[in-house]
Design a protein around this ligand. Structure first.
Ligand SMILES: *Cc1c(COP(=O)(O)O)cnc(C)c1O
Length: 371
């Protein structure tokens, strides 16, 4: 093959075929049921994204970002791919870069836990340390430029890449998996927001397909999204969240406030209490952002039961708990962080015993604003 364009195209086709094959192998993740008294007339479902080979919903996103980079001509044979992430996104991207035989560099703040660095490195990724956590984005862009590489940039491209490159989308799959249930069209879908990509995909889908489902976005302490959504001010900055994967110190470009019907601020203690509840009720050990989702779902279900409303609520299991054995699953660590799940655990017990409200423990905007 002497024509350079043709050999480029051959590599591209092979790369896309490998990504498609990964999708074909990993199939669709399960939609589990969370047991609630049938007489309540409300069913709760959990889309278990933690079963992906790289352990989180970022498997889906990383694959879309790779496809997006390939079909836009940004990623070619030998291109170094770069990301600003020390979390689940970098782990999943390292996995896909390895699958395509591409070098991968994660730009991470110094102080990132060795366990996380080891996970990225286990997929052949390299970790590039920066001193100042807020400079990871600029450094990732700079490094990609210097290496002639491609900055995947999850916070800019998450929503667009998922939309363009994932068919069927997570939203379409949820509706398909719900189709034989007692209330097949969810009344509510509950999502947390990191990039905001998942909420955008689901929110757009329900509108585009004229579904009556509403989207509740749950936001942890310290995140900018809640305030931005309440006030309409997207320039707001905050300290950032402790719940890994969700809650951002600034409003990210892929955040799409118009698709969020309602928002709830969830205290970290509540996220942890719900995460612990999931483990004790179902045996599923998930990460804390799953707890945030579950708290939001319980909140809605309590309202529905008390209003005599029947229907289904769907949320996601975002990642596996084993990554948090030395943090969110360690009582001493929680105490050191000042996170106390006790009052929230009590509220959940009362809720599960008789749909008692969780409301007074959670903030919600008093009135809608013009967004
Ligand atoms: C990324 C992430 C989320 C949020 O998903 P987005 O689509 O980025 O908004 C939730 N939980 C975990 C563990 C994540 O890594």
């Amino acid at each position: 093959m002497s024509d350079p364009d043709l050999s480029d195209r051959r590599w591209l086709h092979d790369a896309l075929a490998r990504l498609e094959a990964d999708r074909n192998r990993t199939g669709e993740t399960h939609l589990l049921r969370f047991p609630l008294p049938r007489a309540w007339g409300v069913d709760l479902y959990l889309k278990d994204e933690s079963v992906y080979p790289t352990g989180s919903l970022k498997h889906r996103l990383a694959r879309s970002l790779m496809v997006y980079g390939l079909i836009n001509g940004w990623i070619r044979e030998g291109t170094t791919v770069v990301e600003a992430s020390s979390g689940s996104t970098a782990v999943s991207e390292a996995y896909f870069a390895q699958l395509l035989g591409l070098p991968f560099v994660a730009v991470v703040p110094r102080g990132t836990s060795p366990t996380k660095l080891a996970l990225i490195e286990s997929y052949g990724g390299r970790c590039h340390m920066v001193e100042d956590a807020s400079s990871v984005y600029a450094e990732a862009a700079r490094l990609a430029g210097e290496l002639g590489g491609h900055y995947l940039d999850q916070f800019t491209h998450a929503a667009a890449a998922s939309e363009a490159c994932e068919a069927p989308s997570v939203a379409e799959v949820i509706f398909g998996q719900m189709s034989l249930e007692r209330f097949p069209v969810p009344r509510w879908i509950v999502v947390g927001m990191g990039t905001g990509g998942t909420s955008a995909t689901i929110g757009r889908y329900v509108r585009r397909h004229r579904q009556p489902s509403s989207v509740l976005a749950v936001d942890p302490e310290g995140s900018a999204y809640y305030e931005a959504w309440c006030t309409g001010d997207v320039t707001v900055t905050t300290t950032g969240s402790r719940i890994e994967g969700i809650g951002r110190p600034r409003v990210e470009p892929s955040f799409t406030p118009g698709v969020v019907d309602r928002m709830l601020r969830v205290p970290d203690g509540a996220s942890v209490a719900a995460m612990q509840c999931l483990k004790s009720v179902t045996g599923n050990a998930a990460g804390p952002s799953t707890g945030t989702n579950l708290w939001g779902a319980f909140h809605l279900i309590s309202e529905m039961v008390r209003a005599g409303e029947r229907g289904s609520v769907v949320t996601l299991i975002c990642d596996r708990g084993d990554r948090y054995s030395e943090s969110f699953y360690d009582d001493a660590w929680l105490a050191k962080q000042g996170i106390d799940p006790t009052p929230y655990s009590r509220a959940i017990d009362a809720f599960l015993a008789g749909a008692a409200p969780l409301g007074s423990l959670t903030d919600e905007p008093a009135a809608a604003v013009d967004r």
